[in-house]
Design a binder for this molecule. Structure first.
Ligand code: HEM
Length: 147
C-alpha cells in the first residue's frame, strides 16, 4: 500500500477540486496526441487528428478525455486502493487495447502541464510533488496487469 502523508492527501483533495472533469481530460489527451504524435495510432477510429485545431475540435477526443478523467477522479477518491480501483482498466489496456504502458507516464506528464497552466502560482513545488506522486501510483496501477 502507498503511504500518503496527511499533507499529500489534503493537497490532492484541494487540487482535485480545481480539476474540470468535463474539459481537462480532453485538453490533456489532445496535448498527448500532439506532443507524441505516434500515440494517435491507438485512436484511428476518432477521425481527423492531423493538427492542433483538428484535435481541439474533435468531439471524440473530448469525450474520451472525459472518460479517462472519470477514472482518474475515481482513483483520486480512493487513494488507499488505487491499484484495485484501476485493476480492470489495466487489464483492458494490456490485453484488449495493447497500449504501451509508457504512454500512461506520458499522459501523466501532459496532465501535470495542463494543471500547472490552470493553477499558475498555486502550482507550488509541494503541489507538484503530490500530483506527481498521484500519477506515479496511477501509472503503477494501470501497468499492473502487463505481464
Ligand atoms: C479506453 C482510462 C491512458 C488508450 C479507456 C477507458 C478508460 C481509460 C476509462 C474506457 C474503457 C472502457 O470503455 O471500458 C485511461 C486512464 C489513463 C489512460 C485513466 C491514464 C493515464 C491511455 C493512454 C492511451 C490510452 C495513454 C494511449 C496512448 C485507450 C484506448 C481506449 C481507452 C485506445 C479505447 C478507446 C475507444 O475506442 O473507445 N481508457 N486511459 N489510454 N484507452 Fe485509456
Amino acid at each position: 500500500m502507498v503511504d500518503w502523508t496527511d499533507e499529500e492527501r489534503a493537497t490532492i483533495n484541494t487540487v482535485w477540486k480545481r480539476v474540470d472533469l468535463e474539459h481537462d481530460g480532453g485538453d490533456a489527451l489532445g496535448r498527448l496526441l500532439l506532443v507524441y504524435p505516434w500515440t494517435q495510432r491507438y485512436f484511428s477510429s476518432f477521425g481527423s487528428l492531423s493538427n492542433a485545431a483538428a484535435i481541439a475540435g474533435n468531439a471524440k477526443v473530448q469525450a474520451h478525455g472525459k472518460k479517462v478523467l472519470g477514472a482518474l477522479d475515481n482513483a483520486a477518491h480512493h487513494l488507499d486502493s488505487i491499484k484495485a480501483t484501476l485493476h480492470d482498466l489495466s487489464d483492458i489496456h494490456a490485453h484488449r487495447l495493447h497500449v504501451d504502458p509508457e504512454n500512461f507516464r506520458r499522459f501523466g506528464e501532459v496532465f501535470v502541464i495542463v494543471l500547472a497552466g490552470k493553477l499558475g502560482s498555486s502550482f507550488s513545488p509541494p503541489v507538484q510533488g503530490a500530483v506527481e506522486k498521484f500519477f506515479a501510483v496511477v501509472v503503477d496501477g494501470l501497468s499492473h496487469e502487463y505481464h
